[in-house]
Design a protein around this ligand. Structure first.
Ligand code: BTN
Length: 265
């Protein structure tokens, strides 16, 4: 059954954000739609959901596999009055909300690979794409796009993803009520967003480190054209990845990390 707004909304009664959930059967990308809405002046808390995306986008210009009716494709429009430098940390806060929601269904093995891939025993179950939409005047909008593989079976993944991706169904053997999942995720996002606006990411740092799958591992991190190799040492208060190299500790603002040599320290 398609996700319906009236099945998500009951979870949101205690939220500070005034979520308004809008469901589409098919859309190019929920992030693109949320960005179009932001430009038209839509309020904070606008949520765009779709059963399928024809042009789902991932980080670093990649496509996001978006087949119909089994997953969650969700974008939330936020209007935080903060400096753009703090947005990487906001994304990490959303990663915490997402990992928490997933761990509610999968009790063991859930972790976060910096910046915000949610993994279950090394396989990706969720990704987050945060995009900034500038405004002609005043602060811009932030679109937080969350994709979660919920009810996909092994054969549903294309061969190139089959070994690297998983779904909540594959990990638990049970079908997920997608509307309930979405409601729980938005509730957690609301809490983390309030915490972030009040005290910043610093307040969640210790908790984030408990989900960190890279900490202590030998990693290669690509940040644009720069490549850093060393031992991952967690994240700093701004959400930047810290990597110890022969020349000291490098701070990486945005990029992609790979674990080297089976991850040994
Ligand atoms: C990544 O891991 O590369 C991020 C993936 C983000 C995918 C979600 S699905 C909902 C929203 N709409 C998009 O086009 N992308 C995000």
């Amino acid at each position: 059954m398609a996700i319906r707004a009236q099945d998500v909304q009951p979870w949101l009664g205690t939220c500070r954000l005034r979520f308004v959930v809008e469901c589409h059967e098919e859309i190019d990308s929920t992030n693109s739609e949320a960005a179009r809405r932001a430009k038209q002046g839509a309020p904070e808390g606008t949520v765009i959901l779709a059963e399928r995306q024809t042009a789902g986008r991932g980080r670093l210009g990649r496509a996001w596999f978006s087949p119909p009716a089994g997953n969650l494709y969700c974008s939330v429009l936020l209007r935080p009055n903060v400096r753009p430098e703090v947005l990487p940390a906001l994304t990490l806060a959303v990663g915490l909300a997402t990992a928490g929601a997933i761990a509610n269904w999968i009790s063991q093995g859930v972790g976060i690979q910096w910046p915000n891939d949610v993994l279950v025993r090394g396989r990706k179950v969720s990704g987050i794409l945060t995009e900034f939409v500038p405004a002609a005047a005043g602060p811009g909008a932030v679109i937080v796009g969350i994709g979660v593989n919920l009810n996909g079976r092994r054969d549903d993944f294309p061969p190139e993803l089959a070994e690297r991706a998983t779904s909540v169904y594959l990990e638990t053997g049970g079908e997920v009520d997608r509307a309930a999942f979405c409601g729980q995720l938005l509730l957690r996002l609301d809490r983390r967003y309030s915490q972030f606006l009040l005290s910043g990411f610093q307040d969640m740092l210790a908790e984030w480190q408990q989900w960190d799958v890279l900490r202590g591992k030998q990693v290669r991190v690509r940040e644009g054209v720069r490549i850093v190799e060393g031992r991952a040492e967690g994240v700093g208060p701004q959400g930047h990845l810290l990597v110890r190299t022969e020349r000291g500790v490098s701070e990486i603002v945005a990029g992609e990390a790979t674990i080297l040599n089976g991850g040994g320290t």
